[in-house]
Write a protein that binds this ligand. Sequence first.
Ligand code: FAQ
Length: 327
Amino acid sequence: MDANKLAEQFQQKIDADIKIEPQDWMPDEYRKTLIRQISQHAHSEIVGMLPEGNWITRAPSLRRKAILLAKVQDEAGHGLYLYSAAETLGITRDEMYYQLHSGKAKYSSIFNYPTLTWADMGAIGWLVDGAAIMNQVPLSRCSYGPYARAMVRICKEESFHQRQGFEILLTLSKGNAAQRKMCQDAINRWWWPSLMMFGPTDNDSPHTAQSMKWKIKRFTNDELRQKFVDVCAEQVKFLGMTLPDKDLKWNEERKHYDFGPINWEEFWNVVKGNGPCNKERLATRVQAWEDGAWVREAALAYEEKKSARKYAFQNTAKSTENAPAFQ
Ligand code: FAQ
């Protein structure tokens, strides 16, 4: 069948909401877009373990420590599901790691900001996981089967993360003056970078239009950002705190909150590798990869030895197949 016909049938399947599976024909650009997005997403989950991992040893109680440990572990699991989903498109895990470690691959800008106080664990849970859910729930309806299915479980876990973050902030907001100040300070520092997680404005987003046509994205960056602002503007009232935006105001005509301008210069600067923690984050991942070399070597050596043994056993079994049976 010629390429035009295949492309036409492919789009018809997408329009009819039929999932695309790894063995199905797909345009090269669709495959490339998915590999780019899913691998970036996987890297974000893995690098995203670092800002919170930083607080595991300093959590204020055993209960908080156990919860944070479980959350960070969940992020590792999300990274692994996503690497597996990307592998179904024909890229190897080693290639993806190489792209991350060499600085070629992107990961979410948000994880290049430092976690300065315990309240940051709350702000990350509430705002960063909250933004992640807003973006990821529609991805569980994306056209590529393995990505969509990975998102279902990820979103369930992210909801728990978001609630635990909000609960940390709620506890601090009911605390003493220093705790309330710490809570407001964390919200102030994480608010704008969280809005940047949704990506550039629709006018400046080179991939959105095509990704919407392919139903990889179900909403545009600006649509999701607006939904997120609307939800947070209400939730912050429960905390008795404020969002650091003097332009934040309910607009009765639009039935949405208006909000102030985002500092896109800061966003692109962080994306290009010049944020407060980019170098530290990458160096930590590279170091972890190098420290793990002996584990990979040992696992490989074990696997080789195991297959050599299996091979020798099969040969022995074959050579005794025709031997006379014992009477
Ligand atoms: N940071 O045309 P678009 C999490 C890049 S997971 C860095 O709009 P697209 C869980 C973009 O890649 C958070 N780069 O691109 C957690 C593209 O560059 P390229 C991650 C960004 O793909 C919580 C260029 O700008 N979530 O938080 C960012 O259509 C707590 C043009 O942009 C996902 O990855 C950014 N914020 O839309 C873990 C979700 N935004 O590739 C631990 C899946 C844009 O051409 C603790 N991804 N860029 O060189 C997506 O939904 C999409 O890829 C977007 C970007 C919406 C991120």
